[in-house]
Design a protein around this ligand. Sequence first.
Ligand code: ADP
Ligand code: MG
Length: 562
Amino acid sequence: NAQVETFEFQAEVRQLLQLVIHSIYSNKDAFLRELVSNASDALDKLRLAAFRDKDLAVETEDLHIAVDADADARTLTVRDNGIGMSRDEVVQLIGTIAKSGTAEFLKQLKETKDAAGAQELIGQFGVGFYASFMVADRVTLVTRRAGEDTGTKWESGGAGTYTVESVPDAPQGTSVTLHLKPADAEEQTADYTSPWKIREIIKRYSDFITWPIRMAKPASGDDAATEVETVNSMKALWARPKEETTEAELTEFYKHIAHDWAEPLETIRLRAEGTFEYQALLFIPSHAPLDLFMRDGKRGIQLYVKRVFIMDDCESLIPEYLRFVKGVVDAQDLSLNVSRETLQQDRQIQLIRKRLVKKVLSTIKELQSSAAEGSAEKYAKFWGEFGKAVKEGLIADPDNREAILEICSFESTADPEKQTTLREYVERMKEGQQDIYYMTGDSRTVIENSPHLEAFQAKGYEVLVLTDPIDEMWVDAVTGFDGKQLKSIAKGEVDLPSDSDADREEQAKDFAGLLGWMTEKLGESVKEVRLSSRLTTSPACVVGDTHDLAPNLEKMYRAMGH
Ligand code: ADP
Ligand code: MG
């Protein structure tokens, strides 16, 4: 069936391709990283598939990546003998953007008016395979899914359409051939057919890839013959001692596993030796993924067993509230046969998870408290991107609650421009102040205009201003910090320390008549009318009972039909 079918790109892909083709993205070399990265993923998948199903008719001998440049034809080909794609998969995976978070990405793309903003967005989102069109005006992909007979050829100039046809004699795996744009002296586009240049890019971006990346090199002595050399060192970065890895290598490794184009904010290493041996190399990204708050959002830890890739998104290794952490865990003593289900029960995995959590939390704590240059900015960036997710941990992870509270920051009445940690709050507490005060609400303005705040402001007490929806939830779970109680100024009886009991009793007598009359008039609408020391200028206010739901929560439950 040699019929050539023509397909239109999804509108969103067309849009994306336009941006890529006219890219002002300064780092065009990155296209090769993307192709090698995909080839490496495909080889990982093949090895795993062959391991899981011993009867699968696949070739697993000599798995590798080959890079071929042809200066005369001006083509560059990246080939792998990995898992490959079926015809349907080609249409599905290459013609559409199927990644989670895509909808959000496209929404942001539409809202972005200027080219620079769009480029930055692409830099964050990563364009994967489409990066080829930064340097090529035509791309040909030939692939055969391991275990299938027929291959598929995909081709496009990147404009509006692509073609797909079946090919009978394709080898297992995928080859991507780029028909390179003319090298442009003015734009200083590199010559991507130069072996020297290609080797340099691979060393820089893909050295850690665990599969051999092979290239022909001219043999010494004989002009006509060539010999094949492996360009990358293939050393697993997480297994190497710290001193033997460079910052640049770590960054490229991060970009590969996180499918991110931006640099990580922080790198975390962990290793355990002895009877139960493992290594972990984790990263905190510098920006939140677009699917951070989506139901099917991914968790970013890959599991390896003895250098063999086992799975992506290993949810047993990291709790949900730290789902943004990316990285690799390589365990020496697990079976290659582990599944997601068995992992959940695995005691070793549970122990690793515990240590990862502690290490991530302590790393953030260090960023926050370190006086080192740039550390405070990193922490602020971290909190801005991931704070909302981290606060989920205050409810979900009681064992680490204190450690999580330590790394939280909140708005407060002390300084509208600056967030505060609880530790800093405690240091500023007034003489005689027992508790940490907070108020939850829809916005800072609502809270600032609340009559509840008056007495506290008059006394100079600082109040935390909590406006995230999640804040309503965790304040119920968290009772205190550092031996101080956490108290809502809008609930129950908040005793301001300077009120003497004698004064209160005196006043109660004086106002008994008025209170009785008000209770009668308000009837069913209120539980109780009482004298309060919480107001200074407003005559009265409505407060919730200590155990009542916060107004926002009440609204939410009502909306859900409770
Ligand atoms: P990502 O790698 O982030 O998923 P890409 O745009 O790089 O995004 O690739 C899209 C998808 O196309 C991949 O997830 C994979 O399923 C498929 N793909 C790309 N290159 C290959 C390849 N060399 N072999 C097999 N599948 C591939
Ligand atoms: Mg990719």
